[in-house]
Ligand binder design. Structure first.
Ligand SMILES: NC(=O)c1ccc[n+]([C@@H]2O[C@H](COP(=O)([O-])OP(=O)(O)OC[C@H]3O[C@@H](n4cnc5c(N)ncnc54)[C@H](O)[C@@H]3O)[C@@H](O)[C@H]2O)c1
Length: 435
């Protein structure tokens, strides 16, 4: 049987693997597969990434160049922009982007393009796993439909699964290998093969009954985060009106050993997942005439946070009889979270734009993002010195990178708007305004 032959190839590590989309998700996954002893080809339309990969250079912070170089040298890993390699590959993981369009509808064009490439080379004995986050039904409605046009039968000739990627960039404890992996196949045979495949390089694999269920698992996880962050952001707005320190309240509530999990307020949501994934779910539900109320409300509150931060800047400057217009304002940290270089959907950029629109002269500092492009303009990260900190009318801490010397900033800044409680151990001071 075809499934037994493929299973044998996988278990003996004779299966040839391909990862389509070699970004934040694809490269760490390909490295894990190659380290397990498989021969892996990364396929990406970004030729520069593939050139770097083949030279043994990593372009993803969590993966070292040493790791990549070693695997490339030993022949376990290679990169190419050419999809024709798919004709000789046994297992394909798809990790292409799934952004939102300007209209905030899901943009699944990358999945469609990758699906067409796989379809062109689809043959009997292949296992295809979609890892890109998408709405429930994508694997069946987009991929299965296309593949069936080839005349090959899913679960018999080829095997199709969805397995959500859970990588948390910058997390040094949970990485690809030790983060449990969910897998759901179109048929039981697909699930079984998908499970056997991942068990070769992931410590814990958890099968669910269908690809749709696996798609929904990812959306539950990220909707859970979005809604809870939305809730705590609203608690922060309430505490502000009540003149209560929200950070103190959360810390005290977190002492409860059961039934409470702390979430923290901040300048808004960022990254390629939490601000976007719940919108995939609410979009899908709209097509079924259902309004996803929690998602909509959390999105509304979370997207308002940059405006709230700007209102705090205005308030702070007002104390010194200054206006935002003409003030020199420093944004500290433009990546969406601590100690990483990813600026996608970063609320710091919204705050940058909002302050600029009000006439502020905005600069930024971020050790992970030396150059920042916003609306066609290029900015360079400035280095903080004892001299230049007092020159800013206000400093906004948007990302609490551990490399920041906050002691120096607290000592020298005229005014600080701290959106992360990063100055917790250095305050309170009347020059610090926390959200
Ligand atoms: N970044 C995260 O933390 C994270 C975590 C979990 C899940 N995800 C999900 O994983 C998916 C990938 O995200 P990412 O952060 O790795 O994106 P990314 O932008 O870092 O990487 C995607 C790569 O795919 C390439 N690509 C685009 N179209 C292609 C095509 N047709 N064929 C081949 N390559 C193509 C791009 O050039 C890019 O290198 C998304 O669905 C995302 O929601 C991301």
């Amino acid at each position: 049987m075809i499934s037994e032959q493929l299973l044998k190839k996988i278990q003996e590590k004779d299966a040839l693997l391909a990862v389509i989309g070699m970004g934040y998700v694809g490269l760490p996954l390909a490295v894990e597969m190659a380290q397990a002893g498989f021969q892996v080809t990364g396929i990406d339309i970004d030729q520069e990434k593939m050139r770097m990969l083949n030279k043994g250079i990593s372009y993803i912070q969590d993966i070292s160049s040493d790791q990549v170089y070693d695997l490339v040298q030993k022949g376990f890993l290679q990169g190419t922009p050419d999809f024709s390699i798919l004709k000789s590959v046994d297992c394909i993981s798809i990790c292409v982007p799934t952004p939102l369009r300007k209209t905030r509808d899901p943009d699944i064009s990358f999945i469609i393009n990758a699906t067409n490439e796989v379809k062109n080379h689809l043959h009997s004995g292949q296992l295809i796993i979609l890892e890109s986050t998408s709405y429930p039904g994508t694997t069946e409605e987009i991929m299965l439909q296309q593949f069936e046009e080839t005349g090959l039968k899913v679960g018999q000739d080829y095997f199709l699964c969805f397995s959500p990627e859970r990588v948390d960039p910058g997390n040094t404890v949970y990485m690809t290998r030790n983060t449990p992996k969910i897998i759901g196949g179109i048929t039981p045979a697909c699930s079984e093969l998908g499970r056997a495949f991942y068990e070769c390089f992931i410590d814990t694999v958890i099968p669910v009954s269908s690809a749709r269920a696996a798609e929904m698992v990812k959306l539950l996880e990220n909707t859970f985060r979005s809604v809870n962050i939305g809730l705590v952001n609203e608690i922060a707005l309430m505490c502000d009106r009540l003149e209560i320190d929200v950070w103190e309240v959360i810390e005290a509530a977190a002492s409860k050993p059961f039934g409470f999990m702390p979430f923290y307020p901040g300048p808004g949501l960022g990254g390629h997942c939490i601000p976007i994934d719940p919108v995939f779910l609410s979009w899908k539900l709209k097509t079924l005439n259902y309004t996803a109320r929690f998602i909509d409300l959390a999105t509304e509150i979370n997207t308002h946070m940059p405006h709230y931060v700007v209102s705090k800047v205005t308030l702070g400057l007002n104390r010194f009889k200054k206006a935002v217009n003409g003030s020199r304002i420093l944004i500290m940290g433009v990546s969406y979270k601590r100690d990483i270089d990813d600026i996608r959907e970063s609320p710091a950029i919204d705050i940058f734009r909002l302050l600029q629109a009000q006439g502020a002269v905005v600069s930024y500092t971020d050790p992970f993002v030396p150059i920042l492009r916003i609306d066609g303009q290029e900015y360079t990260s400035i280095e903080l010195t004892g001299k230049n900190i007092p020159e800013f009318d206000a400093v906004v801490i948007t990302t609490d990178h551990t490399r920041f010397d906050l002691k120096q900033v607290v000592e020298q800044a005229q005014l600080i708007i701290d959106t992360r409680n990063a100055t917790k151990k250095l305050g309170p001071k009347d020059t610090i305004i926390k959200i």
